[in-house]
Design a protein around this ligand. Structure first.
Ligand code: HEM
Length: 399
């Protein structure tokens, strides 16, 4: 318990209990209490929601560690995610740099741009399947599929796996007691280890083969590292976030018909839209850190061992930085938001995510310019979490 508790705002804030539709309101409430508050949930942690304070934490991994310890404490989640240590997310310093280096070549902006035609083909195939339909479940049949089919293609696995393993990843992420999380994770792990073993025996030119045969100073990744980089790095890191952004992009462009008309007239502005959509949605809504030495943040003194939750959503809607945070800005490329993080752990998948979302929304507006989403009012003002919660998002292609 922090010594400063008597002087700092205290709140019963449980980020895991916040419903997606309440997010904007909760973020406003948090910011209204100041850039940093103490929450009594999960044995107590600091909640940081000011843009400047969140950026300061994320940039400084010497004072704010991402590392998970051997006994499963610390790391990027509160409470800690009950699974192996996340590679490279739950490492600091040189060890983090060594593990992150595995991911950089296959996700480099140049390579991803070269893959634009492949993602375009995937998007086109998915929309071909929807031809002539009266209604489409936009979550399951578009938002979840595009990132999954793209990722499995780059991993060198059949696209049918995207419909099985990809959906298993979403089911774990959105589990509300209805899924056996451990058994599902074990099935995903086993399949990925088998794929890696096959590529160690016979290398191919896909991402799994690159990871499986990666060497740093003549050492391969351990099985645990390899598994984590494939499962938490690519699958959990890449599928759910992109799907949630896409689904909310479709909702936003139905609620804001002026923005839709603008993007139909100016498709070249779509990339600006996508970049700011990630700020607006902030699908990686919270990330945790552990304080390593006494420090002052937002006027509070933090002690070694204190846990911190950076609320990226609240920081991305901080009105001292973003004047009209619930409006998506297409006029310029905004690179000052924290939706993809900042500092040493900045998301290496950002170019791929942006490409998938950009191509899907462009295709949606080209093929279904008059689409409408049913029951839009029931989605309320906040964000929907159709990818996590499995609620169908019924889209009528012809309005
Ligand atoms: C809209 C989509 C995405 C969003 C909003 C997003 C967000 C983020 C954020 C906020 C972080 C920093 C976490 C931290 O500092 O603790 C991060 C890291 C990471 N992301 Fe993404 N991500 C997205 C897509 C992807 C994709 C497509 C991939 C994989 C291809 C990916 C792989 C990763 C990995 C491996 C890390 C850890 C990097 C490190 O620790 O050095 N992400 N992401």
């Amino acid at each position: 318990m922090p010594t400063t508790m008597r002087t700092c705002p205290v709140m019963h804030y449980d980020h895991r209990a916040v419903q997606p539709a309440e997010r904007f309101e909760v973020w406003r409430e948090l910011r209204g209490k100041g850039p940093i508050v103490w929450s009594e949930c999960y044995d107590g942690f600091w909640v940081v929601s000011g843009h400047a304070e969140v950026a300061a934490v994320m940039r400084n991994d010497a004072t704010f560690s991402s590392a998970k310890t051997e006994d499963g404490k610390g790391g990027q989640s509160i409470p800690p995610f009950p699974w192996v240590r996340n590679v490279p997310g739950e490492y600091d310093g040189e060890e983090h740099d060594r593990l992150r280096a595995v991911l950089i070549p296959p996700l480099s902006p140049k390579l991803i741009e070269e893959r634009r035609p492949i993602v375009g083909g995937i998007v086109s195939d998915i929309f071909d399947q929807l031809q002539g339909r009266e209604t489409v479940d936009a979550t399951r049949e578009i938002a979840v599929l595009v990132p999954a089919h793209s990722m499995f293609t780059f991993m060198g696995m059949p696209r049918e796996d995207a419909d099985t393993l990809g959906l298993m990843v979403h089911s774990v992420n959105g589990a509300r007691g209805d899924v056996d999380v451990q058994a599902t994770l074990r099935a995903i792990e086993q399949r990925m280890l088998d794929e890696a073993a096959a590529r160690r025996a016979k290398p191919t030119d896909d991402i799994i083969s690159l990871f499986a045969n990666y060497r740093h100073e003549s050492r391969h990744l351990s099985d645990e590292e390899l598994l984590s980089v494939m499962v938490t790095g690519l699958l959990f890191g890449g599928l759910v976030t992109a799907a949630e952004t896409l689904a909310n992009g479709m909702i936003y462009l139905d609620r804001h018909r002026d923005a839709r008309a603008e993007l139909i007239a100016h498709p070249e502005r779509m990339l600006n839209f996508v970049q700011d959509l990630v700020r607006y949605v902030s699908p990686a809504v919270v990330v945790a850190r552990t304080v390593t030495r006494e420090t002052v943040l937002g006027g509070q003194t933090l002690q070694p061992g204190d846990r911190i939750l950076c609320n990226l959503g609240a920081a991305n809607h901080d009105q001292t930085v973003f004047a009209d945070p619930e409006r998506i800005d297409t006029s310029a490329w905004r690179n000052n938001h924290l939706g993809f993080g900042v500092g040493p752990h900045f998301c290496p998948g950002a170019p791929l995510a942006r490409l998938e979302i950009e191509m899907t929304l462009l295709e949606l507006l080209r093929r279904m310019p008059n689409y409408a989403i049913a029951d839009l009012d029931h989605l309320t003002r906040g964000l929907a979490d159709p990818a996590g919660g499995w609620r169908p998002l019924v889209l009528r292609p012809h309005g």
